[in-house]
Write a protein that binds this ligand. Structure first.
Ligand SMILES: [Zn+2]
Length: 82
């Protein structure tokens, strides 16, 4: 389920705002298609309404959200595309 044609088609669905967002898991070395979107904010460098987005596959959803949560950065977790 990692063929380039599929991820290319998916990323084309999003507006210019997310054009640079690859539709694969953000975990290092993982090329799986993302199924979750982790929205986070670092209060030290971001304004409160700012959101950074990490994408995660089912395998890495827990480790990535745990990483953010332990730092107090995690805000929302939503299905991707959502
Ligand atoms: Zn992954």
């Amino acid at each position: 389920m990692t063929d380039d044609a599929t991820s290319g088609a998916l990323s084309g669905l999003f507006g210019s705002e997310d054009a640079d967002l690859p539709s694969v898991c953000s975990a290092r070395g993982c090329g799986e298609s993302a199924t979750w979107e982790l929205r986070w904010n670092n209060p030290k460098i971001h304004t409160p309404d700012r959101r950074k987005t990490w994408l995660a596959c089912d395998t890495h959803k827990e480790s990535l959200s745990d990483f953010l949560q332990r730092r107090g950065f995690l805000r929302e977790v939503e299905p991707f595309p959502g």
